[in-house]
Design a protein around this ligand. Structure first.
Ligand SMILES: C[S@@+](CC[C@H](N)C(=O)[O-])C[C@H]1O[C@@H](n2cnc3c(N)ncnc32)[C@H](O)[C@@H]1O
Length: 320
């Protein structure tokens, strides 16, 4: 299968990390190797790129690109970026990186991969795990078939912002009593029965969009993984190194914003404590007070970029 993905905000990300020959970079989300290939060229033979992805499809595609383009400075790690430090422990470069980049969510290639179930456009195996290969019994099917009704409602409402979450959770629970839900088509039929017809016909977005987003986030534990990787990324950066995150929905962006804010402050004691007890020290300078959005022309060429938000933080230089 050809791996198709247009990198989002590539120029803005490269401007943010402003690389030079010999630099060392971690790309937490290899995807179609769009960022990784450009970074590899910019840092040259004396530099290094370490790229993570949960998805073997991305890793195998990158191996081909590396061979074709004769890139010699890339190390691929087929694991979650939340295992950043563990992944680095097996290789020579463990810290003092010039930049860490993350381009969250899924790639266009994953969306159209018919072995899995990220898309509501086709009837495929219900599997929205980034590292999955369409096996039955995957995390998405576990959530849909075995999560309690209230918890399911919470997932669909909180991660998807779906206003019909209660009806949808009830519909799923009713349907799964008859037979396990194993295909995207089965889930779509349930959603169509639960969501009012007037809404299905009038909404600008497909009626399954929000539920699919929610199940994808839950299947991959996306928010927890993001919370876990940010401190590790900051730790392995060298002073003055940059942490750049592109996110695609407000839940992710809020985590990044909050992390930057907290790591920017010297004291993180609750306001009711009169004298600082936390001994927390500011570790990061916030470069983007407001997130950067994709340009109008990029959005026109690549509609996927319309919800992208880019935030940049810079690890504090050593205090004299
Ligand atoms: C939007 S794509 C990245 C595209 C890439 N920047 C490019 O230019 O081609 C996101 C990739 O991150 C991977 N991914 C998402 N969450 C991950 C995680 N927690 N750990 C590792 N990889 C992850 C997905 O499998 C997907 O391949």
């Amino acid at each position: 299968m050809e791996y198709k993905h247009i990198p989002v905000m590539l120029k803005e990300v490269m401007d943010a990390i402003n690389l030079k020959s010999g630099d060392r970079v971690i790309d937490c989300t290899l995807g179609g190797a769009g960022y990784t290939s450009v970074i590899s060229k910019l840092v040259g033979d004396t530099g290094k790129v370490i790229s993570f992805d949960l998805d073997n499809l991305a890793i195998e595609n990158a191996k081909k690109i590396i061979k074709e383009k004769k890139l010699t400075n890339i190390t691929l790690i087929n694991d979650g970026f939340d295992n950043l430090k563990l992944g680095l422990s097996n290789i020579k470069e463990k810290s003092e990186f010039d930049a860490v980049v993350m381009d969250l969510g899924l790639s266009s290639a994953q969306l159209v991969d018919e072995r899995r179930g990220f898309s509501f456009q086709k009837d495929t195996v219900l599997d929205m795990t980034f590292g999955g290969d369409g096996e039955d019994g995957n995390a998405t099917q576990e959530i849909v078939n075995y999560t309690g009704e209230r918890e399911l409602e919470k997932i669909i409402s909180q991660y998807g912002g779906e206003k019909f979450a209660r009806r949808i959770a009830a519909g799923i629970v009713k349907a799964r009593k008859i037979a396990e839900i194993k295909r995207t088509g089965e889930l779509i039929n349930i959603l169509e029965d639960c969501i009012p017809k007037s809404y299905v016909n009038s909404s600008k977005i497909h009626f399954a969009t929000r539920t699919f987003q929610a199940l994808r986030i839950a299947s991959n534990d996306e928010l927890t993984r993001l919370q876990k990787v940010l401190p590790q990324a900051l730790e392995v950066l060298k002073p003055g190194g940059r942490l750049v995150v592109v996110s695609f929905h407000s839940l992710e962006d809020r985590i990044v914003k909050q992390f930057f804010k907290e790591e920017n402050r010297d004291c993180i004691c609750p306001p009711e404590i009169p004298v600082c007890r936390c001994e927390h020290e500011s570790k990061i300078k916030i470069i983007t007070k407001k997130p950067i959005a994709a340009s109008t022309s990029e959005i026109k060429n690549n509609p996927r970029s319309r919800s992208a938000k880019l935030r940049i933080g810079e690890k504090n230089r050593n205090k004299k």
